[in-house]
Design a protein around this ligand. Structure first.
Ligand SMILES: C[S@@+](CC[C@H](N)C(=O)[O-])C[C@H]1O[C@@H](n2cnc3c(N)ncnc32)[C@H](O)[C@@H]1O
Length: 351
């Protein structure tokens, strides 16, 4: 699409920008499309926000970069094309009169949940520490995508999957899907804290959040029975977070109450007799074949018609094979929806 240089640029309501060290990642939170920008791209993004039109952005950039207007005009036009293609901005011809509509109102629920997601996802701090592991160096883009091992954040799953939890939990509430919210594999608890916050924000008092974990990390892999779990070495210290710590994390955000139920122990031991009756949203984040299969075998039948199942680790062979086998054995044909590079979800059919 060709944009005139007078084109007015409006950032979409669903667009979130995270900038770190002069580099940005811009995400469309409704489609989860995103672009990663280097320093020049980030400067163009800021110039567009500040200037409001392509022409004004060019003026701003001319003051910063030693280049000519024609080159910048071409670059900014291509840039805006890329941003509009993934729905990050709307580009409209400049209005004849100055009668732009006021921005859409933002509700208190939106403001609270967006802030809660930023807090549990580690976006209110610069979560530089990666526990010295150095596997995925800190970069805000990695944090958005949940690719790193954060030092401080209460959830490791990143902005995109946290927003997916919010979207499906709210959908379940709006659609009146019966049951509780459950996560198996909670680590520091951030995702379940968000689930509790969603209930609080919508003043839901008759549903619980089940926080299911060993609180001792992954089980030792049973390689004889589950050969795919050989990829998980025993003693993943980073994944060990005690129940006291998780409880304190809930408390720190004033979300610890009797709507939160902790289920401590190995899934194979706790889930068969878990007093969970009905589930509206089931989120699996136990990484391993055994953990994934134990959850599905024991909890899937409790998911209500119309309920949602989220798989955090579909990128991992150990988890993916368990999910695929379970779906095949039980004739589950609901299409898998892709969240991002790791996660998928599906909706249990309405009967
Ligand atoms: C990747 S972490 C979960 C991340 C978390 N959902 C978040 O939002 O950051 C995996 C968690 O699963 C737990 N886990 C995995 N397999 C388990 C099992 N079989 N029984 C109990 N806990 C298990 C581990 O203790 C760990 O806390």
């Amino acid at each position: 699409m060709e944009h005139s240089l007078d084109t007015q640029i409006a950032v979409n309501r669903d667009t979130v920008a995270e900038v770190h060290d002069g580099e940005a990642i811009i995400v469309n939170m409704s489609t989860f499309d995103y672009v990663e920008l280097d320093r020049v791209g980030t400067a163009m993004w800021h110039a567009l926000l500040e200037g409001g039109t392509l022409n004004a952005a060019v003026d701003i950039l001319l003051a910063r970069f030693e280049t000519d207007r024609a080159t910048l005009e071409t670059d900014i036009t291509v840039f805006v094309d890329q941003l509009t293609a993934v729905g990050l901005v709307d580009a409209a011809p400049a209005p004849e009169r100055n009668d732009a509509a006021p921005p859409a109102p933002t509700t208190a629920v939106d403001l609270y949940l967006e802030l809660l997601i930023r807090m549990v996802g580690g976006f209110t701090i610069r979560d530089e520490a990666d526990n010295g592991r150095g596997i995925f160096p800190y970069h805000v883009g990695n944090r958005v995508q949940g690719r790193d091992m954060p030092g401080e954040a209460l959830s490791m799953i990143g902005l995109i999957r946290l927003n997916n939890v919010r979207a499906l939990a709210e959908r379940a509430l709006i659609e009146g899907v019966a049951g509780d919210f459950v996560e198996t594999g909670v680590w520091r608890g951030g995702t379940t804290i968000l689930m509790r916050g969603i209930l609080a924000a919508h003043q839901v008092t008759d549903r619980k959040v089940w926080v299911v974990d060993s609180f001792e990390g992954l089980p030792a892999p049973d390689v004889e029975q589950f050969p795919l779990d050989a990829m998980w070495p025993a003693q993943q210290g980073y994944l060990k977070v005690t129940l006291d710590e998780v409880r304190a994390n809930f408390d720190s955000l004033q979300l610890l109450d009797d709507q939160v139920v902790f289920l401590k122990g190995w899934f194979s031991e706790t889930l068969p007799t878990a007093p969970i009756e009905q589930i509206a949203l089931l989120r699996l984040d136990g990484d391993m074949y055994e953990s994934t299969m134990d959850t599905l075998n024991n909890l899937y039948a409790k998911v209500s018609p119309g309920g949602y199942v989220i798989i955090d680790d579909y990128n991992l062979e150990s988890c993916r094979v368990a999910v695929d086998e379970f779906r095949e054995t039980h004739g589950i044909t609901s299409p898998l929806q892709v969240i991002d590079w790791a996660g998928v979800w599906w909706q249990v059919p309405n009967v």
